[in-house]
Ligand binder design. Structure first.
Ligand code: SAH
Ligand code: F3S
Length: 481
């Protein structure tokens, strides 16, 4: 295969390929699939390996080491990675000395089985074991396979300064919690990312300070369940009940962390993801309302509008409780944007359950959504105990109905912005036109407008003139104060 073909394939790949150059001499090709947390973890990995003499490269056939950060959330995500590994096999024909490692959730799920199932793989490293990468890579360089998939009670990578890969220099991710204790029956995350633990607020604020000093303008605080954030001196969230009285009295929760960030960095915009309905407190909503620099957007996955399905999913709330939370949010912050995750065709879902999902969507009228057909994941409670009994065609039809309704609601929401003047942070050039900037308003809706004399990283007021269901189109009328 020619080098051009290889590069072309890379360009078309969906994963984000990252590149950064320093004085280092070994070359690391690092790509990430899946969630924002994986992207941020890859930045941590790049930082750890930079100290070992690795520079990132975007050219696969010149790499000494290829690392792929993987996702297990649905079967399709795993298949995508497996196809990618087959492709590395071909590249190995022209770059025979390259070593291949898998990181992230698939590494954790499959462990050393990965080495047997995919011959190309030399190295398997789970999400809590990246500090061990220098040792593991040395093993691999010496010609031995290496595996570390130990999950941790403490690891938060709090003291690692991520190398900002493929950054626009404007917005960055900062991890605040790792793992998840919620045990939704469909979800593989608690098995691949371990128990929930929070990061020291001091190290979070220090990382944000470094970003502010580099002129970053927006930070997204990341966790599987950010509302569950609780710092009480370290340790697992589940062990908080055994903490000392002093530790309990001085603990920092998510609403407090948000306020600390907003107050200490008044010129930085803050976002966060993901929120879980049962863990979201009204304190968080009040903190959002109080500070202009906390963006007015909440990603609030619900998965289903049916109480029967919510129960089978082990979601810790009912449809009514969720609606009440949404009512409160709209009451406290009327201009808020909400987005959902929905799963179509979970085990036992009836037509009536599906209708309940559609009617909940009508009630909330989400601004955006991320919608999926249920995909059974090995090892989860649903896989072990509940039959995956909704036929694929039914799942697909219900999913299509959910997507169509979301599109209608998205258009309804974007139309409400027409005629308004909104603050937008310029994040890059529009995909469709070099003459236009793209950015987001506080609600997280993408806004495009002519570039004129504005520059990347400017906060500008944009008069919204038109829209599609996904994008607002306008004209800048000046820099904001
Ligand atoms: N709290 C996490 C959720 C991770 S999973 C976060 O930070 O976003 C993201 C979404 O994938 C879930 O909200 C759910 O809608 C979907 N999902 C998870 N497991 C799934 C499965 N087995 N089949 C289909 N969709 C799934
Ligand atoms: Fe998964 Fe539920 Fe946690 S969706 S990440 S187990 S909140």
């Amino acid at each position: 295969m020619s080098a051009e073909k290889v590069i072309e394939e890379k360009k078309q790949g969906q994963a984000l390929v990252t590149e950064q150059r320093t004085e280092n001499h070994k070359k690391l090709f690092l790509e990430s699939y899946g969630c924002q947390m994986n992207l941020n973890d890859s930045e941590i990995v790049a930082s750890i390996l930079a100290k070992e003499g690795f520079n990132t490269t975007s050219v696969l056939e010149e790499a000494d080491l290829v690392l792929v950060n993987t996702c297990s959330i649905r079967d399709k995500a795993e298949q995508t990675v497996r196809k990618r590994l087959q492709y590395y096999n071909k590249v190995k024909e022209i770059n025979p000395s390259m070593k291949v490692g898998v990181l992230g959730c698939m590494a954790e799920r499959l462990k050393s089985k990965f080495l047997e199932e995919e011959k190309i793989v030399d190295l398997v490293v789970g999400p809590d074991a990246y500090r061990d990468l220098p040792n593991l890579v040395r093993e691999v360089e010496a010609g031995r396979d290496a595996v570390n998939v130990i999950l941790s009670k403490e690891e938060t990578y709090g003291d690692v300064s991520p190398v900002r890969l493929n950054s626009n220099g404007v917005s960055a991710f900062v991890s605040i919690t790792r793992g998840c204790d919620n045990m939704c029956t469909f979800c593989v995350v608690p098995f691949t990312r371990g128990r929930e633990r929070s990061r020291d607020p001091k190290s979070i604020l220090k990382e944000i300070r470094e970003l502010a000093d580099k002129n970053f303008k927006e930070v997204t605080l990341l966790g599987q369940n950010v509302d569950s954030y609780l710092w009480y001196g370290g340790g697992l969230k589940k062990d908080f009940k055994n903490a000392s009285e002093i530790a309990k009295a001085t603990a920092v929760d998510f609403a407090q962390l948000l306020e600390m960030c907003a107050v200490e960095f008044p010129r930085m915009r803050f976002r966060f993801a993901t929120s879980n309905p049962q863990d979201m407190s009204l304190d968080v909503i009040h903190a959002m309302a109080k500070h202009k620099n906390i963006c007015k957007y909440i990603h609030l996955p619900v998965q289903s509008g049916s109480n029967t399905v919510l129960k089978a999913m082990n979601r810790q709330h009912t449809r009514e409780e969720y609606m009440k939370l949404v009512d409160n949010i709209y009451k406290i912050i009327p201009e808020i944007a909400l987005s959902q995750d929905m799963i179509a065709g979970f085990c036992g879902e009836t037509e009536k359950d599906h209708q309940d999902t559609l009617s909940l969507m009508e009630y909330v009228k989400y601004d955006f959504g991320f919608m999926f057909a249920y995909s059974e994941r090995p090892g989860t409670l649903a896989a072990k105990k509940i039959e995956d009994d909704v036929p694929l065609a039914t799942k697909k039809r219900r999913l299509a109905e959910i997507i169509a309704l979301q599109q209608k609601h998205s258009l309804y929401r974007t139309k409400q912005h027409i005629g308004k003047v909104e603050e937008v942070l310029i994040e890059g050039t529009s995909k469709k036109s070099d003459a236009h900037w793209k950015g987001r308003n506080t609600q997280n809706t993408v806004v495009v407008f002519p570039k004129e004399n504005y520059t990347l990283g400017d906060f500008v007021n944009v008069k919204i003139e038109d829209c599609t269901s996904a994008t607002l189109i306008g004209k800048a009328i000046g820099i904001t104060g």
